[in-house]
Ligand binder design. Structure first.
Ligand code: SF4
Length: 218
């Protein structure tokens, strides 16, 4: 029997963050996470949709095609934590078969292994659990707080920017300021700290943005 995946939503938009910013893509949001970050706008552990759909890989693919109107649109698996739903071989194989020919991306907190069929891997560590033994990501994304700290210290994130640079000398590191809803000053502070860190770095560290927030897209 085909495995089913818990889907919060599937929508056609564009990548607003990271190295692929501006790329049109369908987002497949899998429900729930194993973390509960205070600023999470995707519902943390419970997920943003109290009644997620249960869909097979083929049903997800068909919906992806329907919302985009394209046969092979770019696809971003996100969450929540999408890799939580792809731990079993049967799940990985079902998605790999259904999405053959697509350009597939994933956004993960780095807690679980990313399936081999995924073309582009973004890891945004929120704590120390990511230990570098998994598949090397294509980019890391760290979140900058208004205090000038990289988010995660309170959850034991000591495997920070400099440590990651030693293990992954060539992987792009994005420093993305947290956007504080309704608090422009805090958002500006976070941006200023992020910019300072990027300007003072002599490695491949870039300032991240959230273009979809600026443009009002989802
Ligand atoms: S890791 Fe991401 S999805 Fe999970 S709770 Fe934190 S911000 Fe939300």
């Amino acid at each position: 029997m085909s495995p089913e995946f818990k889907i919060s939503e599937i929508f056609w938009s564009f990548q607003g963050e990271g190295c692929n910013v501006g790329m049109p893509a369908v987002f497949v949001r899998l429900s729930g996470c194993d973390l509960e970050c205070p600023f999470c706008d995707e519902g943390g552990m419970l997920g943003s949709n109290p009644r997620p759909d249960r869909m097979t890989a083929e049903q997800i693919r068909d919906k992806v095609r329907a919302v985009s109107g394209q046969k092979f649109p770019n696809v971003i698996f996100t969450g929540g934590e999408p890799t939580m739903h792809m731990k079993r071989k049967v799940e990985q194989e079902a998605l790999e078969t259904a999405f053959k020919g697509f350009y597939t991306m994933i956004e993960s907190n780095g807690h679980f292994k990313v399936p081999d069929f995924i073309d582009w891997v973004t890891v945004s560590p929120k704590d120390d659990y990511f230990n570098g033994s998994q598949r090397p990501p294509d980019e890391f994304k760290f979140l900058m707080e208004s205090t000038g700290e990289i988010y995660g210290k309170e959850f034991g994130l000591v495997f920070g920017v400099e440590s990651i640079r030693k293990v992954f000398p060539d992987t792009t590191i994005i420093i993305q300021p947290i956007t504080y809803d309704g608090n422009e000053l805090k958002s500006q502070k976070a941006t200023a700290y992020a910019l300072t860190l990027v300007k003072n770095s002599n490695t491949n560290i870039r300032l991240g943005c959230r273009l979809h927030v600026i443009t009002g897209e989802k």
